[in-house]
Design a protein around this ligand. Structure first.
Ligand code: GDP
Length: 198
């Protein structure tokens, strides 16, 4: 896929914000979820993939959103999972976040894969490993976006990519930058392949 390939996610529209499992939309469309530690760059990645400036809101108050935001167009849907990872989050909020995200990953029959966004300079945090664990229990596929790649030299990008790929195999990983437009077409084509698979 290159820049002249039509972007299948250009028309995604926000539909609902679900603070608990009972508010999730029906499992009537194939779905991809986006996850990432707060401030990892998840909203920027989602906006870049959809080629929209403000579809997902980039974080103003880190770690505050405690709902899953759903976007859809035609027969596909994206689920933007709330970020987590700030040290001073109260235990009750952490428990609510865990119930929501773990519940989502465990029960969503139409979920085809999870795009896990992480800062290429700090990959595979405890948060990331926790999500991979929860998803692993249900045989979920993960594709890791190592974002903010523009912050590293080409050599360091490549060594980060190789070590993450080795660590998460058979899950997949790629370099990404929302600001420098690195890896956007590759991410789209990975997500498209998930959503097209029966
Ligand atoms: P979220 O909390 O995971 O949704 O993260 P945001 O998308 O709000 O991004 C967090 C911060 O990282 C913001 O200041 C963004 O401008 C910055 N950021 C996000 N993506 C990139 C990137 O690819 N390169 C650089 N240099 N900065 C980025």
């Amino acid at each position: 896929m290159n820049n002249s390939t039509p972007n299948p996610f250009r028309e995604m529209q926000f539909t609902v914000s679900a603070p608990n499992l009972s508010a999730f939309p029906a499992e009537d469309r194939v779905e991809t979820a986006f996850a990432g530690r707060s401030n990892a760059g998840k909203s920027s990645a989602l906006n870049a993939i959809c080629q929209r400036r403000k579809l997902a809101r980039t974080s103003k108050t880190p770690g505050r959103t405690q709902a899953i935001n759903f976007f859809e167009h035609g027969d596909i849907r994206f689920a933007d999972l709330p970020g987590y990872g700030f040290a001073r989050v109260p235990p009750a909020m952490k428990a609510a976040w865990q119930a929501l995200v773990e519940g989502y990953l465990a029960q969503r029959a139409n979920l085809r894969g999870v795009v896990l966004v992480m800062d290429v300079r700090r990959p595979l945090t405890d948060f990331d490993r926790q999500l991979l664990d929860w998803g692993g229990a249900g045989d979920l596929a993960f594709h890791l976006l190592l974002t903010k790649a523009d912050k590293l030299s080409r050599n360091r990008q490549m060594s980060a990519l190789l070590s993450v790929q080795r660590a998460v195999h058979p899950h997949t990983a790629q370099l990404f930058s929302a600001t420098q437009h690195i890896g956007i077409a590759e991410a789209r084509s990975h997500i498209s392949a998930w959503l097209a698979a029966a």
